[in-house]
Design a protein around this ligand. Structure first.
Ligand code: HEM
Length: 375
């Protein structure tokens, strides 16, 4: 589809079919920003996002309709481009509710969901501040990279003086399907990614695993979700020297078809009991899909990540990886799966260098601004 409605029961950009391009940005409020400034920012962002997702300039006077003596409201690089399936999804980090030293800057501390807390440090974490945390976030996804970048650029411009970008990440190819109508894409290890993902058509799974339910005491989060982002570097030159058989064993699926190593085709259920004639499990004990599977973790999540290549590093290797994003009704789901992955044989080829968590409020209804029920 070329256009997704900004307003609705849930925010767009979660179960709407994953687009091909991403620009994600985390923001910090400036130290002088007040509660009123925050509310005004969310109102301004709502109005702008509603226009941008329709393929319009950020305001009515836009790129070229304003006075000659002033900088235009809209930066202009999306003129002539269609909406390109743009979705803009907003989230609130733990630090918005309470700063590291416990200060309640915006009078929101009693509104903080108990579960919205900085994630624990996991095995193999090598976190960089420059890819972690943030008071606010915006996920802009589109099928045209310039449309996604234009959205973040103009929304951060609106925030000038109130909030500034803390870090941002571009993604060039989706690594998940969020609808059964989509073909499964591939990550930079060359494997199909998103096969067993929670999909938009799975109404019950969305209720059980993605949307925050009415049991959450913080009513403003009902119909929302928790977003976890993990910037994961992949040492792909090392991976590229690993034999095909070993690559398959690390993932637990075959590289061509994406079928579980226990047999069948892409969407066959893996059989973790099956053993080869030599007695070895067909899907190794330390294979990614065994450790991440609901039979091991007791839970699921909706993954919505992107491939990235940010040039090369000082060793001449590609600074490449997977910008992992998952939506879940409780951060505990991510914590449980990521903890299970401590034994993952894939860990030899990846490092998590960024981590963030955000409470993503429900959709914005007519007359509301994003997150208005919080205030
Ligand atoms: C499945 C790759 C990180 C959770 C898969 C699959 C691949 C894959 C190829 C099989 C196809 C599919 O069902 O999507 C990767 C790569 C990663 C990574 C390359 C890092 C660079 C993670 C992380 C988590 C995670 C950090 C969560 C903490 C899952 C889950 C499944 C899965 C839940 C589905 C398991 C099932 O139900 O069969 N991943 N993954 N993955 N991954 Fe990952």
């Amino acid at each position: 589809a070329g256009q997704y409605a900004f307003r609705g029961e849930h925010q767009a950009g979660i179960v709407t079919p994953a687009q091909d391009r991403l620009h994600f940005a985390a923001f910090d409020l400036t130290s002088t920003a007040t509660r009123d400034d925050l509310i005004q920012l969310l109102k301004d962002w709502t109005a702008a996002a509603e226009r941008l997702t329709q393929g319009l300039d950020v305001s009515e006077s836009g790129s070229v309709g304003g006075p000659e003596l002033l900088p235009p409201d809209d930066t202009g690089e999306a003129q002539g481009l269609a909406a390109s399936g743009l979705t803009i999804t907003f989230g609130f980090g733990p630090s918005l509710f309470r700063t590291a030293d416990g200060t309640d800057r915006f009078g929101l501390a009693d509104r903080q969901p108990a579960e919205l807390a900085t994630l624990p440090l996991f095995a193999f974490d090598l976190l960089e501040e420059s890819a972690s945390d943030g008071d606010l976030c915006i996920q802009a996804c589109a099928n045209d990279p310039q449309v996604a970048v234009h959205a973040i650029r103009n929304l951060s411009r609106i925030a000038f003086g109130t909030a500034r970008i803390r870090w941002s990440q571009l993604g060039f190819g989706r690594t998940s399907s969020t609808s059964t109508t989509q073909a499964t894409p591939r990550n930079l290890f060359g494997f199909k990614d998103g096969t067993a993902n929670v999909k938009a058509e799975e109404t019950e799974a969305l209720r059980d695993f993605v949307w925050v339910g009415d049991d959450e005491p913080q009513t403003w989060m009902h119909g929302g979700s928790y977003l976890v982002t993990r910037t994961i570097l992949m040492t792909i030159e090392n991976w590229d020297r690993v034999s095909l058989g070993e690559q398959n064993a690390i993932i637990g699926r075959d590289k061509g078809e994406g079928a579980p190593l226990s047999g069948g085709s892409e969407f066959s259920e893996p059989d973790f009991e099956l053993r080869s004639t030599s007695g070895e499990p067909a899907i190794p004990e330390d294979a990614h899909v065994r450790l991440a599977h609901p039979t091991q973790t007791g839970t699921r999540m909706l993954r919505r990540g992107y491939n990235f290549v940010d040039g090369s590093n000082e060793l001449g290797q590609l600074r490449a990886g997977l910008f992992f994003m998952s939506y879940q009704r409780s951060p505990q789901q991510f914590i449980d799966v990521q903890s299970a992955l401590a034994k993952d044989s894939m860990n030899e080829y990846i490092r998590h260098v960024g981590s963030a968590i955000f409470a993503v409020p429900p959709g914005t209804r007519a007359g509301e601004f994003v997150g208005s029920a919080l205030f």
